[in-house]
Design a protein around this ligand. Structure first.
Ligand code: GLN
Length: 490
């Protein structure tokens, strides 16, 4: 029997509407799991137990009164770079360790308005910089499928929480792959929507031109349901797009006959693990058997994506992190004079954040600007053009989400470029601003989950979700749950 804490949002929604369970019972199941496994998994930086039970009670009252907003009573985890009113928001950084925002990020406010219950704030790489969650300054999150491996990053806490049954769904942010890569490593679904579709108001910025907010869920339908709630224009976010939001759940028709699916040959190179490759080809074959046509295509500038991405993200993050200087925001170190205070304060940043600030400052220096930053912006335009061309022929593209399955702790921390390579297939979608979805598509011989990525035209989330959902329905993956060694309490 599937436990309440392991169910999808739509399963819980049906049970709640039929009066078969209460929001309180669902939340109790979630916290029972948290009590059993959190000491090992460490998905959360902060748990909101009391407030969550109060929210669940309000949700039960709403249900009793016959009102059921779309996420009524659904326990959701939120990455700790979303501002949450009255709840510590750290970005996994010492610089924000004691920060308690007076307001909710727009996406969080919309979740609450839709009746969702905030379980807690999840772990991440400091300020979203990383691909393993090892750059958190507070704790180390483990992959529920194999405790000796990373959950991916930077939204590793959110993905681990969903995979471990410690929340029904979660919010993450994705600057170069930080929703999709951890979702793939943890065997769950992750969606990076089109740039401008979901408000980033109240999300602590990493790189403004690349940051996206999106859902991490147990299946594609749940991703559609969460997106429905958080998508749509927000006047408080200047990059938010004023556009009607379609009905995403209605797009899940199961029918993908006649769709043209492009398979970029540049995403099938030597760096790709053979087991992952096989799983992705398997997914492509399945789409063909469902009536789609799969064609090999080319994204000629994809080979420059990683370099381009790391120049742009470093430049933007160096500028964004400048505000944490001991005067304007966050932590202040004690020192005798102002200059030493600045220096000591900035020393509290973690190693990866410092590396990015140094790189970004270098790229933006007057003498380097044209050779690096400006050049990167030009290549970004070429990459975007590659996609535009591909989408003249194709409805969606299919690719691996990551070159390998989850790796072990410490395996890539000493070689930053190897770590950066984790995003090689995901960061192009951030550079181009297009929607991208990861769906579990198999397991390696060692039993680790593998993800397949579907990319679509700007604002064509309906088609991306439709293809992901049709795939998921027919993939017939063995229903495995991560086997965590459960520590008994008391
Ligand atoms: N892993 C990439 C980085 O380290 C992207 C992170 C993200 O998407 N936030 O910057």
């Amino acid at each position: 029997m599937v436990q309440l804490n392991e169910m999808t949002i739509h399963q819980l929604r049906d049970l709640l509407r039929a009066g078969e369970v209460s929001c309180r019972e669902i939340l109790e199941a979630v916290f029972a799991k948290i009590d059993a496994v959190e000491s090992q998994i460490r998905s959360y930086i902060t748990l909101c137990r009391d407030e969550a039970f109060a929210q669940a009670q309000r949700a039960d009252e709403m249900l009793a009164a016959g009102e059921a907003p779309p996420l009524c009573g659904i326990p959701v985890a939120v990455k700790d770079n979303f501002s949450t009113a009255g709840v510590q928001t750290t970005c996994a950084s010492r610089l924000l360790e004691n920060y308690i925002p007076p307001f909710d990020a727009e996406a969080v406010a919309r979740l609450k308005q839709a009746g969702a219950v905030l379980v807690g704030k999840t772990n991440l790489d400091e300020f979203g910089l990383g691909s393993s969650t090892e750059n958190s300054q507070f704790c180390c999150t483990r992959n529920p499928w194999d405790l000796s491996r990373v959950p991916g990053g930077s939204s590793g806490g959110s993905a681990a929480a969903v995979a471990a049954g410690e929340a029904a769904a979660a919010l993450g942010t994705d600057t170069g792959g930080s929703i999709r890569q951890p979702a793939a490593f943890c065997g769950v679904v992750g969606l990076k929507p089109t740039y401008g579709l979901v408000s980033r108001y109240g999300v602590v910025a990493a790189a403004d031109s690349l940051d996206h907010v999106g859902p991490i869920t147990r299946d594609v339908r749940d991703a559609a349901l969460l997106l429905q709630v958080i998508a749509g224009w927000d006047p408080k976010d200047p990059t938010s797009v004023r556009k009607d939001v379609p009905d995403y759940e209605a797009a899940l028709t199961g029918n993908i006959k006649g769709l043209v699916v492009g398979l970029p040959k540049e995403f099938m190179g030597d760096e790709l693990d053979p087991e992952v490759k096989e799983a992705v080809f398997g997914a492509a074959n399945l789409l063909e058997s469902l009536g789609a046509r799969v064609e090999e295509i080319s994204l000629p500038h994809a080979e420059y994506a990683m370099a381009t991405f790391y120049v742009i993200i470093s430049a933007e993050i160096s500028s964004n992190l400048a505000r944490f200087d001991g005067v304007r925001y966050g932590y202040r170190a004690e020192a005798e004079d102002t200059v030493s205070m600045f220096i000591k304060t900035r020393q509290a940043l973690g190693q990866e954040a410092k590396r990015r600030v140094l790189m970004g400052t270098y790229f933006l220096q007057a003498k380097n600007y044209e050779a690096y930053f400006l050049k990167a912006l030009k290549v970004r335009t070429l990459i975007k053009g590659d996609f535009e061309k591909a989408f003249q022929r194709c409805d969606v593209l299919i690719s691996p989400t990551t070159p390998t399955a989850a790796f072990g702790f410490g395996h890539r921390t000493q070689t930053p470029v190897t770590m950066y390579q984790s995003d090689i297939y995901t960061c192009t979608a951030n550079l181009a601003g297009i929607p991208a979805l990861t769906v579990p598509c198999g397991y390696t011989g060692e039993g680790l989950p593998v993800g397949v990525q579907f990319l679509g035209k700007p604002f064509d989330e309906p088609t991306v979700l439709r293809v992901g959902h049709a795939y998921e329905q027919h993939a017939g993956l063995p229903a495995r749950q991560p086997q965590m060694e459960v520590e008994k309490n008391g």
